[in-house]
Design a protein around this ligand. Structure first.
Ligand code: NAD
Length: 488
């Protein structure tokens, strides 16, 4: 049984608490893991503190830290089948998606491996009688808390830059999807990471995550997850004025103008929201379509949504998988119920599938809700499930106004064949990533920021204007065409 990884070794937790991890696709037992307590978390923090204060890692030359990350990337590639299978069993997602995710994880370690050591600092002119230099130093002990939707990728986005910069850390992955984080500890050790630099405590948020936000020996807490948890973490971290990075939710607009390429717009309307059954923070859950295109576009989206085939990780015909848990399925059901009570019109889905093949898993049909009320529950709250809402707009100003009418600001897209309009609208969208004639492409070298309540605290770029600027990544596909993700 997997245990806690502290100070370079696997240990038994103080209290013997276990959790069965079951595959969301069919309920089969994947494994049983031992979970830690607050005391175990404190022991892990102490190990990370010692490794930072007196271990070799923070003062290891940055380029050597980079070499280690490159070695990790090689080992991940060597073991990709084991990792991808473990990820699919924990999440229920298709094996091919876990393979794509693993490629992104490898790219992430490689990117930060190459970046380490490239920015040693700079000399600032202070006249002939002084030497003035600006240097970059690690923050210290990092508490890293991650969600279940892209388990290893979320971990990689935190672990790789934290290590590149010379920090030590305690990682708490989602309690629902621990297995790839367990595997990663062995990979980091094999790559030669000194004991105590990487520590892993499994367990629930209140028991293991909360102490990471509260403890005075943790210098930074980096969290990806829901808005409510993020608020709690920021409040706890305030007591010790920790550095805080929050990557939170999104209610992301997908704006389609009447002059968009029709096939491309339909294809991406589906991919934006039904990829991984909508369990994606940047999912394009709000389709905002120009009035004159509404009927034609929505009819086609509904027709194609009804053809999406659901299935487990190893079903070669499956196009998307289950929701992560029975609790999450109930939450999505409640979201749809509330949206319907508010006046939304159900165009398709809105229930669990009746196919007996899927009876053992947490499946929900791809759902389209038309006629939603602007500013209402359905378009402001995240469902984090396979649910698309449809709103309409009249002109460019109206599109921007509706798309920005959210307390989030994570991501969004615009579909139009008018290149000038595409850039104008992208400039006006208050969202951290804006795709043009595309949805979802991710580049490790581009910032992933969040406007509004989608988060804060990530690297703020080279302008020197620090926290007074938001960073937006605008990505334009210059050869728009269907992705073919869903076969149709
Ligand atoms: P969650 O907030 O429930 O849990 C995330 C992590 O926080 C888990 O490890 C959980 O155990 C831990 N946690 C829970 N309570 C805690 C507490 N009191 N103190 C410390 N840690 C605690 O989120 P989730 O359900 O795992 O993930 C879904 C959410 O994550 C969605 O809102 C989604 O939009 C968001 N998300 C955002 C991004 C992004 O990049 N912005 C990426 C993926 C997911």
């Amino acid at each position: 049984m997997a245990e806690l990884f502290v100070d370079g070794e696997w240990r038994a937790p103080r209290a013997h608490r276990t959790r069965e991890i079951r595959c969301p696709a069919d309920g089969s037992l994947v494994g049983t893991v031992a979970e830690g307590t607050r005391e175990d978390t404190e022991a892990a923090i102490a190990a990370a503190r010692r490794a930072f204060d007196s271990g070799p890692w923070p003062s290891t030359p940055a380029s050597r830290r980079g070499d280690l990350l490159l070695r990790v990337a090689e080992l991940l590639e060597r073991d990709r089948d084991t990792y991808a299978r473990a990820e699919s069993l924990d999440t229920g997602k298709r094996l091919v998606e876990s393979e794509y995710d693993l490629a992104d994880v490898v790219a992430c370690f490689r990117y930060f491996g190459k970046l380490a050591g490239q920015h040693a600092g700079r000399v600032v002119d202070a006249g002939p009688d002084a030497l003035s230099r600006v240097v970059y130093e690690p923050v210290g002990v990092c508490g890293l808390i991650t969600p279940w939707n892209y388990p290893l990728l979320q971990v990689a986005w935190k672990v790789a830059p934290a290590l590149a910069a010379g920090n030590t850390f305690v990682l708490k992955p989602s309690e629902l999807t621990p297995h790839t984080a367990i595997l990663l500890m062995s990979t980091l050790t094999e790559a030669g990471l000194p004991a105590g630099v990487a520590n892993l405590v499994l367990g629930a948020g209140a028991e293991v995550g909360a102490p990471l936000a509260e403890h005075p020996d943790v210098d930074l807490v980096s969290f990806t997850g829901g808005l409510a948890t993020g608020r709690r973490i920021a409040a706890s971290a305030a007591a010790t004025v920790k550095k805080v990075a929050l990557e939170l939710g999104g209610k992301n607009p997908n704006v389609v103008f009447a002059d968009a390429d029709f096939e491309t717009a339909v294809d991406y309307a589906l991919t934006a929201v039904f990829l991984h059954s909508g369990q994606v923070c940047s999912a394009g859950a709000r389709l905002i379509v120009q009035e004159e295109l509404h009927d034609e576009l929505v009819d086609e989206v509904v027709r194609r949504a009804e053809r999406i085939r659901l299935g487990g990780p190893f079903d070669p015909e499956a196009e998307t998988g289950p929701l992560i848990s029975a609790e999450h399925l109930a939450k999505v059901e409640k979201y749809v119920e509330t949206a319907l009570a508010e006046g939304a019109v159900l165009r398709t889905g809105g229930r669990r599938p009746s196919d007996p093949r899927l009876a053992g898993g947490h499946y929900y049909l791809p759902t389209v809700l038309d006629g939603v009320r602007q500013g209402g529950f359905a378009v402001t709250e995240e469902s984090f499930g396979p649910v698309l809402t449809v709103e309409t707009f009249t002109d460019e100003d109206d599109a921007v106004r509706i798309a920005n009418d959210t307390h989030y600001g994570l991501a969004g897209a615009v579909f139009t064949m008018d290149a000038s309009r595409a850039q104008r609208v992208a400039n006006r969208l208050r969202h951290g990533t804006v795709w043009i004639n595309d949805y979802h492409p991710y580049l490790p070298q581009a910032e992933w920021g969040g406007f509004g309540q989608s988060g804060f605290g990530r690297e703020l770029g080279p302008t020197g204007l620090g926290e007074y600027q938001e960073i937006k990544h605008v990505y334009q596909n210059l050869r728009p065409g269907p992705s073919g993700w869903f076969r149709g």
